[in-house]
Design a binder for this molecule. Structure first.
Ligand code: PEP
Length: 234
């Protein structure tokens, strides 16, 4: 099981350090075997002791250079970061990353051997158009992506479920994860309004190998409880 936290544009450097200390302590004390990944904002990247894997929410497909406002691998190397989130709906729909740009980024970081948590997910109008339209939309988000890359993790995150409190039915999650499983043998995460109250149900669904959590990951204590629920499914 993989349990990942996406802080988005939340938490300071100090708050992130406190959070990492608490989660790392919990993992050590409870002898957690789940893989736990935290994606803090860029300003909070640092070196942390412990088992939590530190990932980056975004980076530019370059080592270094003249790319104002971006970070490249030289900056990530300083903190030993080898994990990146690519294709998140906010980067696609708010920041306007095209599939071509996303695939380019994917291939750049794949060549460097990064663990890539690659997100796909439909908007509500696509969901309402039925299963065929939905899978066509998701397939378009997989163009240019090596689905058997050995360090790939796929996260299915319906856009309409992110930060809204809405979650697809268990059957809908099961069905999409079955379709994704037919395309890739890599771990499949579900993301979109996962919280302590629905964690057990979601990680019990067939082909759900873990979760990507936004809002509910911000509280270390409840995130630790979510990790424990995932651990009990191993
Ligand atoms: C996310 O942004 O990846 C996410 C799943 O957010 P939330 O858990 O807040 O819906």
């Amino acid at each position: 099981m993989i349990v990942a936290a996406n802080f988005k544009t939340n938490k300071t450097r100090t708050q992130t350090r406190e959070y990492m200390d608490e989660v790392n302590r919990f993992i050590h004390l409870e002898k957690i075997r789940c893989e736990v990944i935290v994606f803090p904002p860029l300003t909070a990247l640092d070196s942390f002791m412990g088992e939590v894997t530190l990932g980056v929410q975004n980076a530019y497909a370059v080592e270094k250079g003249a790319f104002t406002g971006e970070v490249g691998t030289e900056q990530l190397d300083e903190f030993g970061i080898q994990t990146i989130l690519i294709g998140h709906s906010e980067r696609r729909h708010v920041l306007g990353e095209s599939q071509e740009e996303i695939a380019h980024k994917f291939n750049y970081f794949k060549e460097l051997g990064y663990k890539i948590v690659y997100c796909v997910g439909e908007k509500v109008e696509t969901r309402e158009a039925g299963q065929e339209a939905l899978m066509a939309y998701i397939n378009a988000q997989l163009v240019g992506i090596d689905l058997e890359y050995s360090n790939l993790v796929i996260a299915y995150e319906p856009v309409w479920a992110i930060g809204t409190g809405l979650v697809p039915s268990n059957e809908d999650i099961r069905s999409i994860h079955a379709d994704l499983r037919a395309k890739s043998s890599r771990p499949l995460l579900y993301g979109g309004s996962v919280k302590l109250g629905n964690m057990d149900e979601i990680v019990s669904i067939e082909n759900v190998d873990g979760v990507l959590v936004g809002g509910a990951s911000l509280y270390a204590q409840s995130f630790c409880q979510m990790i424990k629920i995932a651990e009990d499914k191993i």
